[in-house]
Design a protein around this ligand. Structure first.
Ligand SMILES: Cc1ncc(COP(=O)(O)O)c(C=O)c1O
Length: 373
């Protein structure tokens, strides 16, 4: 039998065109002079001044390739967390690492498990690797360990858990994470995504470092995009067992973190006072925003991160889509989360005082039916 006629143009391999590309939060409102961007969980404090200084200094040698091993950054992270730098890999954001982990451990026919309202990049990473996404239901918008374990089959190779989760802001106590790990076969990689770990104040929470260090199948990913205020630099890191680190190092780009990212990240992680200020700001505003939105008669999912999920009635004139339009017209940019299976909710980042007040004021107007028609 002869081969079928070749296509007249390059065709992506099977599955690629079935991937729905990630749509980031909006960043502007054209025509409005003042915009409060509360759509991507960025910090209102900006980066550490020390990080900015380090970044500027790095521009002195832009013609030189960065250190492919990100040695300086790994050393700073290792020092901050008491880790062996050899167990750390840095990436162009934690997104890159989440994808590299899927590429290293999943192939066609393999399954990757994540939660019902889990971070969208997990699905994209699993499909990118040619694997099959498997979704575990949540209970009260929170990861459910029994459901996650029930979703595991002999084909499962990887389980992603954001703790706390985006976009719900809910978390699993560390004992529950341990129970999840204990229920997984040893060959299944558990990825604990701690993008918002620094913000969590609950006593029963841990980002899971101790589990990473005590086992052969747990990785933790972290980011410089959120509390460190370096989202534009694209820097993330992971810590894991030797074998996983080795696998990821083999497939990552040789210079996957920029020179500026290495310098800025290292300075940022040393500036513990800046991180503490961001935590203090969140400690003040997270409960305050929650209370003020609840006082308007809306439901807020209890959050431990730097954002809140606000729920709206499915009733004409009161919907999340209409609230989003009303807020946007007043320069308050929040995140619709329909793609996360939450069409009746909006995710709102804890911003600076002025932005938070502008959000509550505009939401109050919306709820009271002002400014419509
Ligand atoms: C849960 C979670 N993980 C990972 C990331 C990715 O962060 P980055 O690629 O900027 O490090 C985000 C960003 O929104 C997130 O919400």
């Amino acid at each position: 039998m002869s081969d079928p006629a070749p296509a007249s143009r390059p065709v992506p391999r099977p599955g690629v065109l079935a991937i729905e590309a990630y749509v980031p939060g909006r960043s502007g409102a054209p025509g409005l002079p003042k915009v409060h961007k509360l759509s991507s969980n960025e910090t209102p404090l900006g980066p550490s001044p020390l990080a900015m200084e380090a970044l500027h200094a790095a521009t002195a040698s832009l013609e030189v390739y960065p250190d492919g091993g990100a040695t300086h950054l790994r050393a700073a992270i290792a020092q901050r967390y008491g880790l062996d730098p050899a167990r750390i890999v840095c990436g162009a954001g934690s997104d890159e690492l989440l994808t590299l982990l899927a590429l290293a451990y999943l192939g066609p026919g393999d399954e990757g498990v994540f939660c019902e309202h889990g971070f969208l990049v997990y699905r994209i990473a699993i499909l990118t690797a040619g694997g099959t996404p498997v979704v575990a239901p949540e209970t009260d918008l929170t990861a459910d360990v029994d459901a996650l374990l029930a979703a595991v089959t002999p084909r499962t190779k990887i389980v992603y858990l954001a703790n706390p989760n985006n976009p719900t802001g809910t978390y699993l106590p560390f004992e529950e994470v341990r129970r999840l790990h204990a229920g997984l076969p040893g060959h299944v990689l558990l990825v604990l995504d701690g993008a918002y770990a620094e913000y969590v104040r609950a006593d029963d929470y841990s980002a899971g470092l101790e589990l990473v260090l005590d086992s052969q199948n747990v990785v933790m990913t972290r980011t410089f995009s959120k509390i460190h205020g370096l989202a534009a630099q694209r820097i993330g890191w992971m810590v894991g067992p030797e074998g996983v680190v080795d696998a990821v190092n083999r497939i990552r780009g040789p210079f996957n973190v920029s020179g500026g990212g290495i310098a800025a990240g290292a300075a940022a992680i040393r500036d513990e006072a800046h991180v503490a200020a961001a935590v203090a700001h969140n400690d003040e505003w997270l409960p305050r925003l929650t209370r003020e939105v609840e006082a308007l008669g809306l439901t807020v999912t209890p959050s431990v991160a730097n954002f809140v999920l606000v729920h709206f009635p499915d009733e004409a004139g009161r919907t999340a889509a209409e609230a989003d339009a009303h807020l946007g017209a007043r320069g308050v940019i929040v995140r619709r989360v329909t793609a996360y299976g939450l069409p009746h909710a909006l995710r709102v980042t804890v911003g600076g005082a002025e932005a938070n007040r502008a959000f509550v004021a505009a939401l109050g107007e919306f709820v009271r039916g002002q400014g419509r028609g």
